[in-house]
Design a protein around this ligand. Structure first.
Ligand code: NAD
Length: 250
């Protein structure tokens, strides 16, 4: 992997996005971490800079295209053209389908699907100009196997998978690959919140149902991102790459 390629990671302040940001930064890439959590962004980006990494952190709500465009202008000016995008920011919540209001549905679509649209569309001009680019979206096993009480989440993530596949075809001739990673169970603050709320089983319980009997880690997902972003993965596009300990095999 050419280490000076500029990487954008949304949801970079926590969990999977933080692990992906740390991996790319430690490999020598300039990394832009975007998130709505100011304090965590500040803390985590400062820690990486202490290690000598080049990191830019911006408070960006991925539902707001103007905020994305403004942050991307800063990234281009301070780091250079965007080459790799990891559209990871997302929320999860458990609500019985019959209790999902129109506003709850819309918020889920806005963050988990339109947020990916905004994040990716705004970066593609740099990649087409360069004739090289890597787009990685983070979807979910919920869209592959279904998820009771998370229909709105599964629908949004299914949209991410469809968007990924469509973009893979549309931009293949531009040297841009577009792939998605649908995690199953990853030990992150999101998973911890679900466990605390009683809507997600404790990790030791769910691990018994995973062929490789442990939860995934942000580093597991980051390792797959490293591969998908590499020159060696130039013939891999439109794929749904399960990094899930075998929990979903399809
Ligand atoms: N942890 C899992 O088991 C799991 C499983 C399947 C899919 N995923 C997906 O992985 C991705 C990362 O999840 P995680 O487990 O690291 O969760 P997390 O809550 O630890 O991190 C998500 C980050 O996204 C940020 N974010 C939320 N809304 C945002 C917005 N509107 N704009 C910008 N940033 C926003 C949050 O502030 C947070 O820092 C999500 O898309 C999630 O749906 C996670």
């Amino acid at each position: 992997m050419t280490a000076n390629r500029v990487v954008v990671v949304t949801g970079g302040a926590s969990g999977i996005g933080l692990g992906v940001s740390q991996m790319f930064a430690r490999k020598g890439h300039p990394v832009a971490m975007l998130d709505v959590q100011d304090e965590a962004l500040e803390r985590e980006s400062a820690a990486l800079r202490q290690e000598g990494a080049t990191v830019l952190a911006r408070r960006v709500d991925v539902t707001d295209r103007d905020q994305i465009d403004a942050a991307y202008a800063d990234i281009r000016r301070e780091l250079g053209p965007i080459a790799i995008v990891v559209a990871n920011a997302g929320i999860s919540e458990s609500i019985r389908f019959l209790d999902v209001s129109a506003a709850t549905w819309q918020r889920m679509i806005d963050i988990n699907l339109t947020g990916v649209f905004n994040t990716v569309q705004a970066a593609l001009a740099d990649m087409t100009e360069a004739g090289w680019g890597r787009v990685i979206t983070i979807s979910s096993q919920a869209a592959q196997s279904g998820a009771a009480d998370r229909a709105h989440y599964a629908a949004a993530k299914g949209g991410v998978i469809g968007l990924t596949r469509a973009l893979a075809r549309e931009f293949a001739a531009n040297g841009i690959t577009v792939n998605t990673i649908p995690p199953s169970v990853v030990a992150t603050p999101m998973a911890e919140r679900g466990i605390a709320a009683g809507t997600f089983p404790p990790l030791e319980v769910i691990s018994q149902h995973i062929p490789i009997p442990r939860p995934g880690t942000p580093a597991d997902i980051a390792a797959a991102c490293e591969y998908l972003a590499s020159d060696g993965a130039s013939y891999v596009t439109g794929q749904v790459l399960g990094v899930n300990g075998g929990m979903f095999i399809g």
